[in-house]
Design a protein around this ligand. Structure first.
Ligand code: NDP
Length: 296
């Protein structure tokens, strides 16, 4: 298929790399130098604008920070929306918000353009390995049409409901991630203060019922080692928990924990800034508790 990929960020670039090996790819990125470096490396077409990238594409993929940037690209000076031909499908791999996705899908449908929200999970390492989980919202025919493109970077690819359902599920998933990062950090900080080394505590927790991806991978590899690599911006996780908090409220589900964690990540974003990694939230817990989660 002819695929246009818009947004070569931390996760977009490795996803696009897999598409390049299975489909005809054109890339566009706001900072042109990134797209040129990518095109030079992989020998794919580099477009000067999003509209130019979409010309002749069967599938246009967006992977931008939030739905706001997706709408900005659709409606901005370059006006991607007006450049999309009937029969094209826009696949939004951004972790966006369900209401924006429904609005975008309606506007595209009026032009005969299909839409699927298809956010991903698995992190940069999952994207590099081509084993992401892809959770999709849309109709079955659109899903089947674009599935071969999703298969280039995804392993578990699931249609979970109508437009917006993928984004709702992704927000809930990431709210759980945020809860685990915050609560595991709190528990380990208290244990460290009481003289239990974090590695010993994690060894036990990871053979017990409190384990999670956070306790098995994130905290041992990133916090205890003090490595804190930057792979997924805390600002983006804060955005995701905020979407989840709004979604739960809209569904009238009492959500004390998720609302609180949304507030905590808003504070952490304010304290740590826009480039900090999501796992650096543990540093706020450390600051407040006066102890570092590291082995003696
Ligand atoms: P990055 O911040 O690394 O990259 C963002 C991308 O969006 C860049 O290509 C950037 O362009 C582009 N961009 C930002 N603002 C605009 C704008 N106004 N107009 C056009 N392009 C813009 O983000 P990630 O790649 O990490 O994340 C992308 C999406 O994927 C997010 O929704 C995130 O939540 C989600 N995600 C990320 C994961 C991760 O591990 N990183 C895991 C799962 C989902 P430029 O190069 O010019 O800055």
């Amino acid at each position: 298929m002819n695929v246009a990929f818009l947004g070569l960020g931390a996760i977009g670039a490795p996803m696009a790399r897999h598409i390049a090996s299975a489909h005809q790819l054109t890339v566009w990125n706001r900072t042109a130098a990134k797209a040129e470096a990518f095109g030079g490396e992989l020998g794919v077409r580099v477009a000067a604008t999003a509209s130019d990238a979409a010309r002749g594409a069967d599938v246009v993929i967006t992977c931008l920070p939030t739905s706001r940037e997706v709408e900005m690209v659709l409606d901005g000076n370059d006006a991607l929306l007006a450049a999309l031909d009937a029969g094209t499908t826009l696949v939004d791999c951004t972790s966006g918000d369900p209401a924006s996705s429904r609005r975008i899908a309606e506007r595209l449908a009026a032009r005969g353009v299909g839409f699927l929200d298809a956010p991903v999970s698995g992190g940069v390492s999952g994207a590099e390995a081509g084993v992401l989980t892809v959770m999709c919202g849309g109709d079955a025919a659109t899903f089947e049409r674009v599935r071969p493109v999703l298969g280039a970077f995804g392993r578990k690819i699931v249609l979970v409901g109508p437009v917006g359902a993928g984004h709702a599920l992704k927000a809930v998933n990431n709210a759980l991630l945020a809860v685990h990062i915050w609560s595991t950090s709190e528990g380990l900080a208290a244990l460290a203060k009481a003289g239990v080394s974090p590695s010993a505590a994690l060894d036990v927790i990871n053979a017990s019922s409190g384990r999670s991806n956070t306790s098995e991978n994130l905290i041992p590899q990133r916090v205890v080692t003090r490595a804190f690599p930057r792979t997924f911006r805390l600002a983006l996780l804060e955005k995701d928990v905020g979407i989840a908090a709004d979604f739960l409220r809209e569904q009238r589900v009492p959500s004390v924990v998720i609302q609180q964690v949304a507030d905590l990540f808003r504070i952490a974003r304010g304290e740590l800034g826009e480039v900090a990694d999501h796992v650096e939230a543990a540093k706020i817990v450390e600051r407040w508790s006066g102890v570092e989660i590291r082995d003696p």
